[in-house]
Design a protein around this ligand. Sequence first.
Ligand code: AMP
Ligand code: MG
Length: 409
Amino acid sequence: MSQPLSVAEYKATVAALLPAARTVTLPVEECHGRVLAEDVTAGVSLPPFDNSAMDGYAVWAADVAGASERAPIELPVAADIPAGRTDGPPLEPGTAHRIMTGAPMPDGADTIVKVEDTDGGTERVRLFAAAEVGKSVRRAGEDVAGGAIALRAGTLLGAAQLGLAAATGRDALAVKAGLRVLVLSTGSELVLPPDPLRHGQIYESNAIMLAAAMRALGCEVDVVRSVADDVGTFREILAKHSEHADLIVTSGGVSAGAYEVVKDALTSEGVRFTKVAMQPGGPQGCGTVAGTPIVTLPGNPVSVLVSYEVFLRPALLTALGHAHVDRPVVRAQLLEPLAAPAGKRQFRRGFYTPPVAPGAGSVTGTVGPRGGPGSHLLAAFTQANCLIVIDEDTTEVAEGAEVDVLLLS
Ligand code: AMP
Ligand code: MG
């Protein structure tokens, strides 16, 4: 096998392999977490009309000038305007309209006296405070002008963005579709519940992790959770299930032993199997099979998740149109010494605690490892919220030293 690739080289290789997502139009309520694929032009102004910001009374400012607790001004109440009233009459000088928050300003009225500054009357009202012109009035178009771009293509759609799209009258949006991913777990030892384990067998877990992680990004994931280590069987299942896939992700069968089914089946197809200078997750492979991109991950569950975080997740986010594809990396003080192999970037599972009072005193948080370096230690991963990154040239990190920490949540 040739010289190991660096993490950066392999990351770029995987990113270049994935196809850009298609654009689909989806109901707004299905767009959360997706990337907008069109500019959204506001079909209406926001607010669409001048309206009251308070429950109170719409008046002419000149009519209430000088009103106070001691010298209230009394006006007849000529109309009642709840939110939603579409036929409110104009306001004659010397009168008031009782008005609710969000109700349209009557023609003529130029200010609002809030209900707390009145006696709340319905026939006549005593006003205990003055209000300058425009007080508690929300102007049409103050938030977004009609015809302006409310949301730009490329925007990540969270709750606020979907709310804005809905407020402009949209019920569907063009967004980036998730990739359709086929996940195959290889290994003759893999068993699914409710089957009992016989000695030498284990329950399958990689496909569950990969499917969950990729579905959370909006991908449509098909899963075959147990493919025997038999080249013929593997090829058959791959061909049968990959027809509609934009991407195939396998686990297991790519390292240096015998019975490496993925490697054995796909080397002749032009998939490139390589070593990456990292731990865990050294043995990797990627390429295309019958035109479909394939990423072949190693089998150990921790290797799978680390490989996913380091290579697949950023590549998928790029394919899905995200602007920010990398997890944040922060510096943290190591709580116990760590050893690491020379020539490999190590990703240890850790628990990061942010600085107690950012800006005051310590500026870095702390991080402690969770579990050892073993790539089978999945339980320790469940206790972790970060990966401690130890670079290729470092073999020992002392307690108290600063390390890079890749935050997973
Ligand atoms: P392999 O890369 O196929 O040699 O697998 C490495 C290790 O990961 C072995 O101990 C396998 O039993 C384990 N493994 C492989 N695939 C899975 C899976 N889908 N779920 C859980 N463990 C797995
Ligand atoms: Mg295997």
